[in-house]
Design a binder for this molecule. Sequence first.
Ligand code: COS
Length: 382
Amino acid sequence: MDFDLNEQQEMFTKGVRDFARGEIAPRCAKMDAAGIIDPELLDMVRDHGFFGLCFPETYGGLGLDTVTYGRVVAELARVDAGVAIMVSVHNGVGSFPILQFGSEELRREVLPRMSKGELASFCVTEPGAGSDAASMTTRAERTETGYRLSGEKIWVTNGYHAQFFVVTARLDNEPGHDGISAFLVDRDTPGLMVGAKEDKMGLRSSDAVSLVLENVDVPGARRLGEEGDGFKIAMSALDGGRIGVAYQSVGLAQACLDVGARYAIEREQFGKPIATKQAIQWMLADLATELEQARLLADKAAWLKDQGRSYGREAAMAKLAASEMAGRAADRALQIHGGYGYSKDYDIERYYRDARVLRIYEGTSEIQRLVIARSVLSEYGG
Ligand code: COS
């Protein structure tokens, strides 16, 4: 067993760390206040190839393995978790359905454009269909040339900038999971309306919008997989997406450890740095230990994916453990800061807000437990 990254992975990770510190860090506070990514930074992210991390080189991407990709997401999240989720959604749930289930012709048409920075998004959640994704009501009906889609999607990450929307819809009112199909919809398709951005508590450099589809005509060639495959496509995309969120959580928790430890060393009370107090040391020790546990779980899930082995259960475990850990990490690091941590003058205030959604999106902690429990019970005949 080898826990070291190879030389290329190390180099790549260091390059991303330097980019994040040099270009993203100076912009974080402003982007958080404005609730939007700095357009200049978006161009830089695009030019540096962050939107083609996981695509094979034949489609213009960098062809990274999942472990390296995870390190990239973590390094971004260590500086700005919003930028990290933008990159992660694009490379994960936004493009995986095309890479895995699109026709070769569609892949050749679309993936090079995505690699160059035309953003992708994933549209499953609806006002009445959150954790129970299969209860979606967005409709698709067959036409002479393909399909016509109508309905509403919400919490579409990247939707404000996206050119491509992976949309799931119920075909011909067929009930159940098998009634759902998946489609790739271009932004400029008549009838597709991108709604206002959510005014979110955290991850404010990343956008999430609602999407209204009114008689949106989609060519048959833009269906992903077979008719009725949409639910499974969405679920398998989420398996990979959850690895991305696990690494995002690891990166954010690392940021909490960074600022918590530094503050503890600098801050003096009772005549000494608070880092000399056991109460503070134990918080840092627990944070560092849990962070390491979560990183190992994320690496295991990513490694399984790279081996072409089944990874849904491990992805759910990694997402559950890492997102819950990031919440505790932010809470501990804020506690170490005392009253100052409650002020916007310190990064920990943003980390605390950013950490909260990790336990919710791409499947709540409760859904991860459900996925894990079903997998465990099935081993015992349950
Ligand atoms: N990959 C491939 N297929 C999968 C799958 C996966 N990860 N998970 C389930 N399926 C298949 C099942 O095998 C089943 O197939 P068959 O009908 O052929 O047996 C089918 O999909 C239905 O599965 P299941 O019965 O488990 O579906 P449920 O309605 O019970 O839903 C949960 C399962 C709750 C796990 C699912 O709805 C879920 O993940 N919800 C959370 C959604 C989410 O994460 N939303 C966030 C969106 S991004 S912000």
